[in-house]
Design a protein around this ligand. Structure first.
Ligand code: ATP
Ligand code: MG
Length: 442
């Protein structure tokens, strides 16, 4: 029988990485909550129309990247390729737009792309959307918040690029000028750009083909024909960034792939991930809510790819540890006491991982496992200890002294031992943090 395998581009996240993911997600959530954003949980599958009506028929996503299928009722469904459309669908359906909303979500997205480093078919995004605010202040605050996110994640290699796309009317005129320009240079366009020329000419500016670089640099720029309102909006966003000393580059060719953006767009980019360098991307999309059947409602948002972020974040756990405390009953007779002792320890130290050895191995091989588990301390109950109502505490890392204490004193005696060992042991930030919160520890 052939072995079963995961779908190409859809990855398992194994321990200890999954624990690291959880830590990263919780740091992100903390920053978003700090700015008053609330979580919204959305379905992974939606009617295909949710995406085709919003993202735009001419985009790569709708044209060739969606996982679309017909379900048993004959309805066309799609695994969500992004979250904004679902989020707009949900706030409209549930009548949440009476007041301004600051929302975020996180979870898997699906796109049928060619898998490579930083580009997968199932990947994860954190998405943030703010509805009902039309001023430049919310755009700017959102960018400041992303900057705080990088601090919380220990990232300092990201650079910010911003641009404005103007109003839909300005964009329509600009589009015509672009078509005219590129049509004069048809011989220089690659097949991808040729097909974009009729479908979505602004996307040619997004091309990553180095052969097109000069042609794109010399293309007409939208900034040169911008309307007054968009110019003022953009200047106000920039004024906030300047006041907060956030450095950025205005990139007149930053257009974003999706059709629904207007005014502010921004991307955070790194040079460390090759062509997959965009870690976070967003902007204003004032027309989308109306386009999806709601009343005109201004909106701004961004999404960031967790896989690309994780790749960049320092401090990923290198030492694999399965447990902090390892409880051993020497033989089957001490097993019930060992299990009971483990329960006591879990209650006393809810943030530590207490593993009680399960299985029939002898004391020696249990000790080997305890050591390999990476635990800080082994709690051993042999025949002697059992008879005396005591346990042996044996530090496995560092220089703490082995000792015997009564079962009643076990939890409190462990406190300083765990703490002392932790200072010299190569532990992950995650574990160090949970130890800091142990009762009596500091
Ligand atoms: P790209 O230009 O890299 O294809 P995009 O414009 O399609 O990106 P968005 O739709 O704006 O990306 O999604 C926001 C973020 O989600 C991206 O900046 C990236 O970090 C992440 N992302 C998008 N597609 C993928 C993918 N296939 N695999 C991993 N991360 C992705
Ligand atoms: Mg893409």
């Amino acid at each position: 029988m052939t072995a079963l395998r995961a779908i190409r581009g859809m990855n398992d996240i194994l321990p200890p990485d999954a624990g690291w993911w959880r830590e990263i997600e919780s740091r992100i959530t903390r920053v978003l909550a700090n700015y008053g954003y609330q979580e919204i949980r959305l379905p992974i599958v939606e009617s295909t129309q949710v995406f085709s009506r919003s993202i735009g028929d001419t985009t790569d996503i709708v044209q060739k990247e969606m996982y679309t299928f017909t379900d048993r009722n004959g309805d066309s469904l799609t695994l969500r390729p992004e979250g904004t459309a679902s989020c707009v669908r949900a706030v409209l359906e549930n009548g949440l737009l009476q007041t301004p909303q600051r929302l975020f979500y996180m979870g898997p997205m699906f796109r049928h792309e060619r898998p490579q480093k930083g580009r997968y078919r199932q990947f994860h995004q954190v998405g943030v959307e703010a509805f009902g605010m039309d001023g430049p202040d919310i755009d700017a605050e959102m960018i400041l918040m992303t900057s705080q996110l990088w601090k919380a994640l220990g990232l300092n290699q990201l650079r910010l690029e911003i641009n404005t796309l103007g109003t839909p009317a300005v964009r329509a005129q600009y589009r015509d000028r672009l078509v005219e320009y590129f049509s004069d240079h048809l011989d220089q366009l690659d097949p991808d750009s040729l097909s974009r020329l009729t479908r979505n000419p602004m996307r040619i500016l997004d091309s990553k083909n180095p052969a097109l670089k000069a042609l794109i640099t010399n293309a007409p720029r939208l900034v040169d024909s911008l309307d007054d309102e968009s110019t003022a909006h953009f200047l106000s966003v920039r004024a906030v960034l300047d006041a907060a000393q956030i450095s950025y580059r205005v990139n007149p060719h930053l257009v974003r792939g999706l059709d629904y953006y207007s005014k502010t767009v921004f991307e955070w980019i790194t040079d460390e991930l090759g062509a997959q360098g965009t870690v976070c991307a967003g902007g204003r999309y004032d027309g989308l809510v109306e386009q999806m059947g709601g009343r005109p409602t201004p909106a701004v948002g961004f999404a960031m790819g967790i896989e690309r972020l994780i790749e960049l974040i320092p401090g990923r756990p290198e030492v694999r540890t399965d447990a902090d405390l390892y409880v051993i009953g020497a033989t089957v007779s001490e097993k019930p006491t060992a299990l009971a002792a483990a329960e006591t320890l879990r209650t006393a130290y809810p943030d530590l991982r207490t593993l009680c050895h399960c299985g029939a191995e002898g004391l020696k091989s249990q000790m080997k496992r305890a050591d390999r588990s990476g635990a800080l301390v082994a709690i051993i109950i042999g025949a002697d200890e059992y008879a005396a109502g005591e346990v042996t505490l044996k530090p496995l890392r560092g220089q703490g002294e082995q000792c015997r204490v009564t079962r009643e004193k076990m939890a409190s005696a462990l406190g300083p031992l765990v703490e002392r060992t932790q200072e010299i042991s190569p532990l992950t930030g995650v574990l160090a943090q949970s130890i800091r919160s142990i009762p009596g520890g500091n």
